[in-house]
Design a protein around this ligand. Structure first.
Ligand code: MSP
Length: 513
């Protein structure tokens, strides 16, 4: 079985500062990427910026900047966000790079060769903000303006010569493909949405524009630029050195295991992208996972609505692990979810400070005081010790399965319950009460609870990498030791080395904070 895993985020429009919605797509993808690393996979995790098109050209003009110069600056803010969010991405692609240009031109030429492209005239509705074409029945009038029903953004009438992709001929093949690959679109509610849309029959897709120039020119007809979505989607293979399909990176990593995206861009990824690839005789990705929206005041957070929560502000105030944990614990991954500062504080206090953080702090300070600051060895585990450890170990296949199906909320729920159970075990076992009359029992309790802290920390590591790394380094785990298979290994602790001090992991947040 291949031990390679390729996961991507959407590439972001560098049209403004990154916001919480962008942070969310990236954090979610990072959690899955990190989990696969714990499973010993060679993970390729790609993110980047989507820099061409009318939206960016307009925004650059508004700022009196040349589009490339504008993108250079803003793309940098997205690149530095990867550091602030503690993403483990090993590539960052910009669609203005040479490697990408080459790849898009080759894909275009393949579609010409396969007979899937023709020249005609487009007339219809276009939203610059979404960079999307809409049918008459997909728009409505709000306050006298024509807007897209799905995104609410303004549309304008466009009439221009355009190349078309023969999407209409792919409806049947796509439906067959969805049928053969029931896990291609997740969650299943999104899959049904897409199938319904394709079943209605697909129209050919306009894939070039002539009314502006900021894009990749169409080969042999440079007054056209390639439609920004055809350009952008190709990033996923540009990063694998496409068109060289014989190179190791492409062979190891394509088809991608999962594209993590927001539900607003599902159609592009689950309909257009596999159709382009099938037409070009390339494999479609294995999965597209469409998450819901982060809402603020019950509305999608977006620049145009002006209701943005700035991830950087929250990170500066509370910390990155705290934000990562909150976003994925409180928002159900496939659905929309509202976030608020009040819930964020409660979540940090209850789950992180009082539960996991407090458990680690109590156990390690007890060991410091009572066991010469070394992890004790155990003589013989009692039934309750075994129960605690085995409950987690027996759940491991289930947990792995949940993560492989992007069922992140259920995963977290189970792991947090282990942490509650561990706290309860520590309280009920009362090592302080037996330390004089039965020191061996005390040692066994401590051995057990440290094993459990190790196991919980490994499972939480993809979500809160900083805090868990601190805890695991106390018990001599280096980053490379943090692996799922260490959960079943009760002999991997060092009992001879004195433990370092564990600094406070999560500060409790007072109400006026
Ligand atoms: N450039 C395209 C993607 C091209 S991928 C080949 C794009 N960019 S975007 O910057 O507008 O959005 C990127 C991602 O952020 C999308 O997955 C989108 O769903 C996500 N989010 C933007 N606002 C969001 C929320 N309020 N909530 C959650 N995610 C949302 O689309």
């Amino acid at each position: 079985m291949s031990k390679n895993f390729y996961i991507t985020t959407p590439i972001y429009y560098p049209s403004g500062k990154p916001h919480m919605g962008h942070a969310y797509s990236s954090i979610v993808a990072d959690i899955f990427a990190r989990f696969k690393k714990l499973e010993n996979y060679n993970v390729l995790f790609l993110t980047g910026t989507d820099e061409h098109g009318q939206k960016i050209q307009k925004e650059a003009k508004k700022n009196n900047k040349d589009p490339k110069e504008f993108c250079d600056e803003l793309s940098e803010t997205f690149r530095s966000l990867t550091k602030v969010l503690n993403l483990s991405n090993n590539d960052f692609i910009r669609t203005t790079e040479k490697r990408h240009h080459k790849s898009v031109v080759d894909l275009w030429n393949r579609l010409v060769t396969s007979g899937d492209i023709y020249l005609d005239k487009y007339s219809g509705w276009y939203s610059v903000s979404d960079e999307a074409f809409y049918d008459e029945d997909e728009i409505e009038i709000v306050n006298g303006n024509k807007v897209s029903k799905s995104s609410g953004s303004n549309v304008e009438w466009v009439e221009e010569e355009s190349y078309f992709f023969k999407l209409s001929v792919w409806s049947k093949k796509l439906l067959e493909f969805y049928n053969k690959n029931p896990q291609f679109i997740l969650p299943s509610s999104r899959r049904n949405e897409v199938i319904k849309f394709v079943e209605k029959g697909l129209k050919d897709l306009s894939i070039s524009r002539t009314s502006f120039s900021w894009g990749i020119p169409v080969p042999k007809n440079e007054k056209h630029v390639i439609y920004v979505w055809l350009d952008a989607l190709t990033n996923y293979i540009s990063a694998l050195n496409f068109p060289d399909v014989e190179n190791k990176k492409y062979k190891d990593y394509w088809p991608a295991d999962v594209h993590i995206i927001g539900k607003d861009i599902l159609r592009f990824h689950a309909v257009f992208w596999p159709a382009f690839l099938l037409a070009a005789k390339l494999s479609p990705p294995k999965r597209v996972f469409g998450h819901g929206w982060i809402l603020s005041d019950e509305k999608k957070m977006s620049k145009s609505l002006g209701n943005i929560l700035d991830p950087l502000e929250i990170i500066n105030k509370y910390g990155i692990d705290q934000l990562r944990y909150y976003l994925v614990k409180e928002v159900s991954l496939g659905n929309d979810g509202s976030i608020s500062m009040e819930n964020l504080k409660n979540c940090i206090n209850n789950d992180l400070a009082n539960n996991y953080g407090n458990l680690c702090q109590r156990v390690f300070s007890f060991i410091k005081k009572n066991c010469e600051n070394k992890i004790p060895k155990s003589k013989r585990l009692s039934i309750s010790d075994k129960q605690l450890l085995n409950n987690l170990k027996n759940n491991l296949p289930k947990l792995i399965n949940l993560m492989n199906n992007q069922e992140l909320n259920e995963y977290i729920k189970i792991v947090v319950s282990f942490s509650f159970d561990a706290n309860k075990y520590f309280n009920d076992s009362e090592p302080w009460a037996v330390k004089k009359k039965d020191p061996d029992r005390m040692k066994t309790i401590l051995f057990t609870i440290v094993q459990q802290i190790k196991n919980i920390s490994i499972l939480l590591n993809p979500i809160i990498p900083n805090a868990t790394k601190k805890v695991l380094s106390i018990i001599n785990f280096s980053s490379n030791d943090i692996k799922i298979d260490k959960i079943n290994d009760d002999n991997c602790l060092n009992h001879d080395k004195e433990l370092d001090n564990l600094e406070i992991l999560f500060n409790k947040i007072e109400n006026d904070n």
